[in-house]
Ligand binder design. Structure first.
Ligand SMILES: Cc1cc2nc3c(=O)[nH]c(=O)nc-3n(C[C@H](O)[C@H](O)[C@H](O)COP(=O)(O)O)c2cc1C
Length: 259
């Protein structure tokens, strides 16, 4: 499985971003059908998953072969281990993503989400633990909690220290809103670490994708554009596609069947 992923990453991987309340299994399946290589579940804390409630388990359910990464976050390493011990892969499961990008104030106060970017030793331990259970693991991060952390390049220190399959860099720091354009100038130095970098933030057009290829990124991750236009991946790849209206209906139909 790891070999497959590395092979795909050597070309250009098109990834659907995790989006809470949007990227359920139906949305993921249809985005994959029309061009996304890899999809992600929306974030959930592993401290919640170990409670095994129906709603928590539903969030990580993969009912078909759509290539899917389960996104988890949290800080209690014992709970992570407990979750991993009980976890059995299903469907198109391809590995885990550790979310170090969540900007929520309450999570940051608890030291998780984007507050974890400056804790590379802890993140390394968590990534290594996931690997001991024989799972692929990648990391999604912002540039830091604030401008000072960005200036100190906490994101680079993390990428350098942690050994993950790839790093998805959302090129904003925590307190930056979507109105401020993502800072793509950080991507070249991320690529220079020698690690596999997936670019995220305001990537919309084929020119944007070309730019990321030139920089040396192994993939692009697309969020809000896909939310309104699940055909974006196929459009970027020049695939022959049905109408947007019919695809939105297809998602709604699948949601009805699966709920
Ligand atoms: C509605 C919404 C929900 C999101 N939920 C998550 C999430 O669960 N996990 C995560 O890592 N990022 C989440 N994000 C951030 C996106 O994954 C992505 O990093 C961000 O939107 C930037 O990419 P874009 O410019 O292509 O939208 C969310 C974004 C939006 C708009």
């Amino acid at each position: 499985m790891f070999k497959d992923l590395t092979y795909q990453l050597a070309i250009m991987e098109y990834m659907l971003a995790p989006m809470e309340k949007i990227t359920d299994s139906s949305f993921r399946s249809i985005c994959h059908k029309y061009g996304a290589d890899l999809t992600f579940t929306e974030q959930i804390r592993f401290e919640t998953l170990v409670k095994k409630t129906k709603s928590a388990l539903e969030r990580i359910r993969i009912p078909d072969d759509t290539p899917t990464i389960i996104q988890i976050m949290g800080k209690d390493e014992e709970k992570l281990e407990q979750f991993l011990k009980d976890f059995s892969p299903e469907g198109g499961f391809k590995g885990f993503n550790l979310n170090l990008g969540c900007p929520s104030q309450s999570y940051v106060r608890q030291g998780i989400g984007s507050a974890m970017i400056k804790r590379p030793t802890k993140v390394k331990r968590m990534v290594d633990m996931i690997k001991t259970y024989d799972h692929n693991v990648n990391v999604k991060l912002r540039l830091g909690v604030n401008f000072t952390e960005k200036k100190e390049k906490v994101y680079l220190k993390l990428i350098e220290k942690v050994e993950a399959d790839f790093f998805i860099v959302h090129a904003r720091y925590r307190s930056e809103s979507y109105e401020i354009k993502a800072d793509w100038s950080v991507f070249p130095e991320c690529v220079e670490t020698g690690k596999a970098i997936v670019a995220n933030g305001d990537i919309i057009t084929q020119e944007d994708v070309e730019k990321m290829k030139e920089i040396g990124c192994v993939g692009v991750m697309i969020g809000r554009t896909a939310m309104n236009n699940p055909l974006i991946f196929g459009q970027l790849r020049n695939l022959k596609l049905p109408s947007l209206e019919s695809v939105k209906k297809e998602i709604a139909e699948l949601q009805k069947q699966r709920n």
